[in-house]
Design a protein around this ligand. Structure first.
Ligand SMILES: [Zn+2]
Length: 157
């Protein structure tokens, strides 16, 4: 596969078939991340610090990315990564994801001890996992997530 780029279009040659696409999506996505990265970082840090009053753990650094399929991850070097699209989730699911990654600083697995730790702050974590799976099934596009968030707001107010 070869990819040739010019200003507005990129051409993909794939098994002899030439596909020309507008480049806008790629650009829009990275621009959107840039616009909302710091907002997402502020939210994540505020919630991490809130829950860490209970857990008292230490991490190395927090990175905000545009991860295609994951909401967050934790590395063995104690780096925490979060998807900026967390901004478009209802607050109780943001909190679940943040506590989940925080607890990975203690346990880098999904064993019983890990879930016991999560439950210390999110006793109904199983409900939240199920809700998140339903949302994941819809895909992580911003318009879809915004619609979901809006529905939650209508439901809770
Ligand atoms: Zn996990």
């Amino acid at each position: 596969m070869s990819l040739r780029q010019n200003k507005k279009y990129f051409t993909i040659k794939w098994w002899g078939t030439k596909i020309v696409r507008k480049q806008s999506r790629v650009r829009t996505v990275s621009k959107h991340l840039k616009m909302h990265k710091e907002e997402a970082r502020a939210l994540v840090l505020a919630r991490l610090n809130h829950y860490n009053q209970h857990y008292a753990l230490s991490w190395n650094r927090v990175a905000i990315r545009n991860q295609r399929r994951r909401w967050g991850s934790c590395t063995s070097l104690k780096n925490l990564n979060f998807n900026y699209k967390l901004l478009y989730l209802p607050p109780h699911l943001q909190d679940y994801i943040i506590v989940h990654e925080l607890c990975h600083l203690v346990e880098l697995n999904h064993g019983q001890h890990f879930w016991d730790l999560v439950a210390e702050q999110i006793p109904d974590y199983q409900v939240r996992v199920a809700e998140l799976r339903t949302i994941d099934a819809l895909g992580h596009s911003v318009p879809v997530l915004q619609r979901v968030q809006q529905q939650y707001q209508e439901y809770t107010t």
